[in-house]
Design a protein around this ligand. Sequence first.
Ligand code: ADP
Ligand code: ZN
Length: 663
Amino acid sequence: MEPCLIDVALAVPSSGTFQYSVPAPLRDAAAVGKRVYVNMRSRRMVGYLVGFSAARVVDQVRDIDTFVDEAPILTPAFLELTRWMSEYYLCSWGQAIEAALPAPFRKGRYLMKSRARRATAGAEIVDPDRLTLTKDQAAACERVLERVRERRPGTFLLHGITGSGKTEVYMQVIHEILERGRGAIVLVPEISLTPQTVDRFYSRFGDCLAVIHSRLAQGRRVEEWHRIRKGEAKVVVGARSAVFSPVKDLGLIVIDEEHETSYKQEETPRYHARTVAAKRCELENAVLILGSATPSLESYRASDLGLVRRVELPERIEKRPLPEVEVVDMRLPDGKSDRIFSGRLQERVRECLARGEQAMLLLNRRGFSTHLHCSSCGYVATCPNCRISLVYHYDKASLFCHVCHYRSSPDRLCPACRKHYLHYFGVGTQRVESEAAKLFPGARLGRMDADSTSKQDSHEAILRAFKKKEIDLLIGTQMIAKGHDFPNVSLIGVISADTALHIPDFRAAERTFDLLTQVSGRAGRGDIPGRVVVQTYVPHHYSIQSAKDHDYKEFYEKETVFRQELGMPPYSRLARVVMSGAIEKEVVRQVMLLARFVESRVDAQLYRVLGPAPCLTSKEKGLYRWNFYLKGPSSEEVGARIKAALSEFKKLKVTVTVDIDPQ
Ligand code: ADP
Ligand code: ZN
């Protein structure tokens, strides 16, 4: 009898699949999509049967242990999507599968039964208290639905300012999707930060809804997965990984706030939910809606090029006015600096408190306190090649570019205004809090940041207290900027817009514009008009000015000029290669070799290597880390070049990781 040979995907870094044979008594049970126990280097592992092979590829083919499932757990569409992921993101198929499955399945738990309980008919849709759409909303719905009715894939960019009714558009499109017996996935940046959005979906879709979030117990997560797979839950709301939910007859994926960085996974496979969603929609004839007030430059340019259809909601519901944004110039001619509250901000806070309204004070803690900055003229040292902020290293008393490794010694005088006022700027939320306590005695303060919210549920508790008006002044990191709807908030103070602007990243201006626009959207949600005070040392920067004017297009046009000049995304695509190891000299030697090797193998007209340079976190867990970037015409091609180079490169005692489309 011919041996029964199967291809098994295992979640190990090695690229291909592994061949095993199925012992005779198990043959009838062999089916693509089942989990299987195999021995791999004398370890028992869970693998995934992804195909049958006609011929032996190794001399000694080993038998599998047994199958885990009675029925396949992975659908053909899921297998196709994960295989594509493994190619695009340069990981193994098994790694892609495991990233896409709920964790308990990976350990071989929860077998898939062959006679699954009959699906109870999907729950009734709660009678929709549908709103009458505005003209713009109706037009947006109609354009998307046309495509849905054709059952063809397509991507829409729903560009609507904060409060313009995007969520309502998603919900009404979903209604029609459900009427057609199909299902939908709605991705939100971080579920715990968007309780109001989730509540709205609950009240519309009731038991038809499954909400997937990181705090679900593993068992519950598996139950929800089954409920979705059986078609009992037809609408899924969740963060990044919900893009893999086994929704039956998927008609729509929505990515709300599509520009958010949390859609990118920062461990292998380093996928972006937007990229995966687009592929999944293409494979399953579904429609993708990317919604944002501040679309990523990548998505907006795609809509300019006609690759994505752009739909706009230019007005707020009920023509509620956008808040007035005041930009406060923090530069002082005498160069004194480090004030936390300008006179203007203090005044606005006092007015707000006096009226019994609430305020939020925002400090972007992701800012680095290590950039060099002149408090007299606002000058910041940037890399002449990459335009990103240089980072000061105390030990070497130098400024470095973390992309191309440009190095310079800081001047004692500011090179722009020749005054003697270079500072290292850095204030934390705790200092803002203690300063606020002094300036506004009697005000009830709350603080929300990674330190104050490490305890489970504690940020919900803070937000609840704020909502109940038990807190007057809420101080926090960008966490407080997103999604919340507090009708009594009439003032937002941005302590320093510059911390976001000077992160050493070519997207710094985009992040700043996004952040300011998002926080502005938090003010004036109810009937009282909102006000935003933005403190900065670079008041004329276009990202700040465009945010003040609520003008995305103006920002986009200015920012694209720079991106084009530097040939950065969206005018190119990047891959980042990180090498880490215990001996710094070895890491440096090998990363140089690899970078030069890659460079020698690519067409210099189309590709460029940037670096190598030490990573921003140049040492982590005792390992030295260096990186370089490869820039080229498309993600696929850049990835293919790196893959080809790595297959020939002999690395010694170092680990190499590749990040396609790094953030
Ligand atoms: P976005 O998602 O663009 O921020 P939302 O969908 O949250 O906007 O809408 C903002 C507010 O306006 C919400 O309170 C919502 O209930 C309300 N709203 C949305 N569409 C309409 C409509 N057509 N008529 C009345 N109110 C609406
Ligand atoms: Zn540089």
